[in-house]
Design a protein around this ligand. Structure first.
Ligand SMILES: [Ca+2]
Ligand SMILES: [Ca+2]
Length: 158
């Protein structure tokens, strides 16, 4: 979808959601507020959609999203989950060896599940995910294994 395809009503809804999250004295939406505003529009962003959008716009993490940018995000979100996941894979492959190992996977799952307290993304959980997704049994995730794992999860399959 393109911004030009939005109806006046779409734009009103988007503006209402945007305005509901903008705090006094701030020039726009933080990542967290953007997520809340999208949820108000009935859109559930994946853990990486918003981060990647910030990255694409070349914004720093604490910079804010304008209404115009929020409209664009509304149009491009959820269009290409695989591309977003491939981006996330490279981001979390911190030692750049082309695979996600256990430590990298743990950080990634913590982000996916927003479990900053480490409440239930523990070593056992990470091991289970790795076992399930590791199709060729080499103990690390290749990009295809990783994309399959998360796309299946978001599609609600087992
Ligand atoms: Ca790696
Ligand atoms: Ca593997």
């Amino acid at each position: 979808m393109d911004v030009a395809d939005l109806t006046d009503e779409d734009k009103r809804e988007i503006k209402t959601a945007y305005d509901s999250q903008v705090k006094n004295g701030c020039a726009g939406l933080s990542q967290k507020q953007t997520k809340t505003a999208l949820l108000r529009l009935g859109i559930k962003p994946s853990a990486f959609d918003i981060e990647k959008y910030w990255f694409d716009l070349d914004k720093s993490e604490d910079s804010c999203l304008t209404l115009q940018e929020f409209e664009q995000l509304r149009c491009v979100i959820n269009t290409d989950p695989e591309r977003v996941l491939r981006w996330a894979f490279n981001k979390f492959d911190t030692n750049n060896d082309g695979t996600i190992d256990k430590d990298e996977l743990k950080k990634l799952l913590t982000t996916v599940y927003e479990d900053t307290e480490g409440e239930w993304v523990d070593d056992e959980f990470v091991n289970d995910c790795l076992l399930l997704a590791d199709g060729n049994n080499d103990g690390v995730l290749q990009i295809e294994e990783f994309v399959d794992m998360l796309l299946q999860r978001t599609a609600g399959k087992t």
